[in-house]
Design a protein around this ligand. Structure first.
Ligand SMILES: N[C@@H](CCC(=O)N[C@@H](CS)C(=O)NCC(=O)O)C(=O)O
Length: 333
C-alpha cells in the first residue's frame, strides 16, 4: 500500500515537473501589432504566410495577397477547430508568442495583426494605388472600414458592437461546435495547459463535451449568438448606407479597396455559418455587393481554394438542423 502510494506520488510529481518544463519552453505573451523589425526568423522567400484555412483573419490576408498577385511561402498552421493546437506548439510560439494566426513575414520579420498586415503589404507593393484610394477623403473611408472589419482584442465575443469583425466569433459558435465534435478531448486539454487565452480552450472543451445541438440550447450561448447577430445586422445597416452613398459597387465607390477585402471575408463567414438568409437575403444592395465579391478571382484564391472539409461538413450540418426544424427557436435563422 505504502509502495503504491509512493509510486503514485512520484508519478504525479514527475507529471507536474514535465508540465512546468514544457510550459517554460512555450513562452506566450501579448505581442505588439505591426512590423517587428527587431525579430528575425528563418525565411526563404521575401514573403511567408503562417495561416489557417478557416481563420477569418487568415482569409483576409490571403485575399489581399491574391489581389496584389504577391507570391508567398505558405505555411498552414492547425488551430484546435481544424484538428490540433499547432498554434501553441514550441515552434509556432517562436513565430508568434501571441499564439494566433495569421503571421506574415517580410524578409523574415513578422508583422502581427491582420489589419496591420494589409496596410503593410499595400505600403510595400501598391505603387499604383490599386487597392488604396488616392484622395484623402476616400482613404479615410477605406481606413474606417478596414477597422470596422477587423477582429480586435483577446475577447471579441464581449464586444460584437465594436466592429463587424468582432461580431463574427459569436456567429461562428455553431460552426466551432460542429467542428470540435470530431476532435479528441485530449487535444483540447493541451490548450487548457498552454494557451495564453484560457477561456478560448474552456469554451472549446465545453462545446466538445456537450455537442452541437446541446451547445445551441445553453443560455449563455443563446445570448452570445443573439447579441452577435443583432450587432452584425447593425454593421450591415452601416454597410448598406455606405454602399448607397458611395454609389457602389464597392465601399469606396468605383474602386475595390482593402475595405472590401475585409468585408469579403466577413460575408464568407456568414455563408459558412448559413447566416446569409437572415442577414443578407431580401437586402438587394447587400446581395448585389456579395455577388460582386464572389466574382473576384481573389475570393476563389483566398477563400474557396482553402475550404476545410470540416467547415464544409459543419455548414451542411447547420443547414440540415434548420431543414429538420431542430434549430432552437431562441436562435434566429
Ligand atoms: N486581431 C488578430 C486576431 C488573431 C486571431 O485571434 N486569430 C485567430 C484565428 S482568426 C486565432 O489564431 N485563434 C487561435 C486561438 O486562439 O487558439 C488579427 O487580426 O490578426
Amino acid at each position: 500500500m505504502t509502495i503504491l502510494f509512493g509510486l503514485i506520488l512520484v508519478g504525479i510529481t514527475l507529471a507536474i515537473v514535465l508540465m512546468l518544463r514544457e510550459r517554460s519552453m512555450r513562452q506566450t505573451r501579448v505581442v505588439p501589432p505591426g512590423l517587428q523589425s527587431d525579430i528575425s526568423l528563418p525565411f526563404e522567400a521575401e514573403w511567408t504566410l503562417y495561416h489557417n484555412p478557416f481563420s477569418l483573419c487568415s482569409k483576409k490576408i490571403r485575399v489581399c495577397l491574391a489581389e496584389y498577385g504577391v507570391v508567398f511561402d505558405s505555411i498552414a498552421i492547425d488551430l484546435i477547430e481544424t484538428g490540433s493546437y499547432q498554434n501553441i506548439s514550441r515552434e509556432f510560439l517562436k513565430v508568434n508568442p501571441g499564439a494566433t494566426v495569421p503571421v506574415l513575414l517580410h524578409n523574415g520579420h513578422p508583422i502581427y495583426e491582420s489589419h496591420e498586415q494589409l496596410n503593410y503589404v499595400a505600403a510595400k507593393v501598391d505603387v499604383t494605388g490599386l487597392l488604396v484610394p488616392d484622395s484623402t477623403e476616400q482613404r479615410q473611408v477605406m481606413d474606417a472600414w478596414v477597422h470596422k472589419t477587423s477582429l480586435i482584442g483577446d475577447d471579441p465575443i464581449e464586444s460584437p458592437e465594436a466592429t463587424a469583425g468582432n461580431a463574427v466569433p459569436g456567429l461562428t459558435i455553431p460552426i466551432f461546435a460542429s467542428m470540435v465534435a470530431k476532435i479528441p478531448v485530449l487535444n483540447i486539454f493541451e490548450g487548457l495547459l498552454f494557451h495564453r487565452i484560457k477561456q478560448r480552450a474552456f469554451f472549446f472543451l465545453m462545446m466538445r463535451l456537450v455537442g452541437l445541438p446541446k451547445t445551441l440550447t445553453l443560455k449563455p450561448v443563446i445570448h452570445i449568438v443573439n447579441r452577435a447577430s443583432e450587432a452584425m445586422a447593425a454593421h450591415l445597416d452601416d454597410l448598406e448606407q455606405q454602399l448607397v452613398s458611395s454609389q457602389g459597387p464597392w465601399i469606396c465607390g468605383q474602386q475595390f479597396s482593402l475595405a472590401d477585402v475585409g468585408m469579403m471575408v466577413v460575408f464568407d463567414r456568414l455563408r459558412e455559418g448559413d447566416w446569409l438568409t437572415l442577414l443578407v437575403k431580401d437586402r438587394p444592395v447587400l446581395d448585389a455587393y456579395w455577388s460582386a465579391l464572389q466574382q473576384r478571382q481573389s475570393y476563389r484564391e483566398g477563400c474557396l481554394e482553402h475550404e476545410h472539409p470540416a467547415v464544409v461538413q459543419a455548414t451542411k450540418e447547420l443547414v440540415s438542423l434548420k431543414q429538420l426544424q431542430r434549430w432552437p427557436s431562441d436562435i434566429p435563422q
